[in-house]
Design a protein around this ligand. Structure first.
Ligand code: C2O
Ligand code: CU
Ligand code: CU
Length: 564
């Protein structure tokens, strides 16, 4: 079907339905509820809405030395799909996802983050969760710039939250290579709820090296913020996490995983983007709470047809360009991971490419096949329907300078981190922890500024965990199995099997890396930047909130402080 005529048809339909065009506050008072939507979330048409492109955030002023930005967190209403009523959302500058920062290496950004949210939270808060007990106010936020090397005071530590009517001034030095960074809320005990409400956005850091690569830009450089959301029949967000058995948690209570029913790309459900037969650059972020995506580009009509794959290239990891672009058929992204991609639609004139996903939920789903969780086989479509607008048809992949990575020979210390579920008497997860410690336990990791260490994450659970460190970009060294009996009886990490190096598309600067069940992931970290307090955690937001996050301390360089 011609997507254009279909879209116009639906626009006409939408225009004749008052509930879609009259904002709620203008509707007759006294009815107490929204007019019935034309569709329910389960019956909407796919691929009728165009992919939104988040607006670029304009600085309020440029002082001599920095760009100054003002970013307000606000509640607002907007439909996530043209056949659904407006959804109440939280967003930066009233947008979901938030506006995109476009900053330049070496030019600092100063951001006034203002909390202008209402006093009532969109979701019920589980008071049992660490840091969320009353009298802690329900609505509190603190923004974190994920992947950046930032002073501790501006890092957005979880306990540095602030309440409606207050603001903070954070500064970002932008002293690191060009990369796809992102910003999101990080408030202690409710990050999962605040991010789910909409508080996340992209932060694109550019530099001269990047400009020299002459990558597709402007209309051909497209951000893809991948998330999942569940809506009720009134189009309102539903947050209902599940236990391991797939059973939903009682309303308002924490459970270890949350997999929503609808794919949302750049804030739109099942959108489409008409493209030209030419190369595009995609900045892909997995911004979901718990869901992993194993992405592929499919020319087949539906998920049950024999797939017909379009290969693509990855040119950048979390923290910048890779030394060598890699050709891929599939791209696995855990929560918070990013990929810089080149997709060439040349020669696909008239075809439709579907951005598809075959990652199980939970990932990798060894413990049980879970019919309670939507699989989200498809996310969005690219009809190759626009004429080629001229310019280069032939595109040669860039040869970026090798990324700055730590040197394994420098690693003096190795630290081990056991990832473990803490279960109740019925075998349900009460919390997930690192070295059996919670966020409040005293700091155990003190690293010296400028030093290099090996950190090993040992996964005793059935889920893969995307582990993330603030402040740094690290290098993945290897993955290997371990002997669970030795760990249980003697507390020893005994490696077994053959070590496996990073995947080809993981060779580069990383700030988040997947630890598979039964694996030890070893990363090499150089603690460059600033002394002070930072955190590391699992980026499944349900895990991060309870209680898979720990503080660490970077001590000033110089002689090792004497221990007492
Ligand atoms: Cu994406 Cu601690 O953050
Ligand atoms: Cu981070
Ligand atoms: Cu986890």
């Amino acid at each position: 079907m011609d997507p254009t005529s279909r879209r116009n048809f639906l626009k006409l339909c939408a225009a004749s339905v008052p509930s879609l065009v009259v904002p709620r506050h203008l509707r007759a008072a006294g009815t107490g509820s929204d007019a019935p939507p034309t569709r329910t979330p389960a019956s909407i048409d796919r691929y009728i809405d165009p992919l939104p492109i988040p607006k670029r955030l304009a600085p309020t002023e440029g002082s001599g030395r920095a760009e100054i930005y003002r970013v307000r967190m606000m509640e607002f209403r907007r439909p996530l799909h043209s056949q659904l009523p407006p959804t109440t959302l939280w967003g930066f500058e009233g947008q979901y996802p938030g506006p995109t920062f476009e900053v330049w290496r070496g030019r600092p950004a100063v951001v006034y983050w203002e909390n202008q949210l209402p006093e009532k939270h969109l979701f019920m808060i589980d008071p049992r969760i660490h840091g969320a007990m009353p009298p802690t106010p329900a609505v509190r936020t603190v923004p974190h710039l994920h992947g950046s090397r930032t002073r501790s005071e501006s890092d957005g530590l979880p306990e540095k939250w602030f309440t409606p009517g207050t603001s903070v001034r954070y500064s970002y030095p932008n002293q690191q290579p060009a990369a796809t960074l992102w910003y999101h809320d990080h408030a202690l005990g409710i990050t999962r709820l605040n991010v789910y409400a909409g508080l996340s956005g992209l932060y694109l850091l550019h530099d001269d090296e990047e400009r020299r690569l002459e990558l597709p830009s402007g209309a051909y450089e497209i951000p893809l913020v991948l998330q999942d959301r569940t809506l009720d029949d009134q189009g309102q967000l539903v947050y209902r996490p599940t236990f391991e058995d797939g059973k939903p948690a009682p309303a308002g209570t924490w459970a270890p995983e949350f997999f929503a029913e609808l794919p949302v790309v750049n804030g739109a459900i099942y959108p489409h983007l008409e493209v030209e037969p030419r190369p595009y650059r995609f900045r892909v972020l997995n911004g979901a709470n718990s869901r992993f995506f194993n992405l592929f580009l499919n020319l087949a009509k539906g998920p049950t047809d024999v797939p017909s794959l379009v290969n693509f290239h990855q040119i950048g990891t979390d923290g910048g360009f890779m030394a060598k672009p890699v050709e891929l058929t599939h791209l696995l992204l855990g929560p918070a991971e990013r990929a810089d991609l080149i997709v060439d639609f040349s020669g696909l004139e008239g075809k439709v490419v579907t951005l598809s996903n075959n990652a199980p939920a939970p990932y990798p789903g060894w413990s049980m096949l879970n019919p309670n969780h939507a699989r989200l086989y498809e996310l969005m479509r690219f009809p190759v329907s626009l004429p080629h607008s001229g310019g280069r048809r032939i595109f040669s992949l860039p040869a970026p300078p090798p990324p700055e990575l730590p040197d394994p020979a420098q690693a003096a210390t190795t630290r081990d981190f056991i990832l473990a579920d803490h279960l109740d008497s019925q075998g349900r997860t009460l919390a997930v922890r690192i070295n059996h410690k919670g966020y409040d336990d005293p700091v155990t990791e003190v690293v010296r500024l400028g030093s290099t260490e090996k950190w090993r994450f040992i996964n005793t659970t059935d889920d893969a965990h995307p582990m993330h460190l603030h402040l740094v970009q690290f290098e993945i060294l290897e993955r290997q199995g371990f002997d669970p009996a030795a760990l249980m009886t003697r507390g020893k990490v005994v490696l077994i099997g053959t070590p496996r190096g990073p995947e080809a598309n993981e060779i580069g600067r990383k700030d988040t890396a997947i630890v598979n069940p039964g694996d030890v992931l070893t990363v090499l970290v150089r603690f460059d930047g600033y002394a002070g307090r930072y955190v590391y955690h699992c980026h499944m937001l349900e895990h991060e909130d309870n209680d898979m996050m720990r503080p660490y301390e970077v001590s000033p360089a110089g002689p090792r402080p004497t221990e007492c």
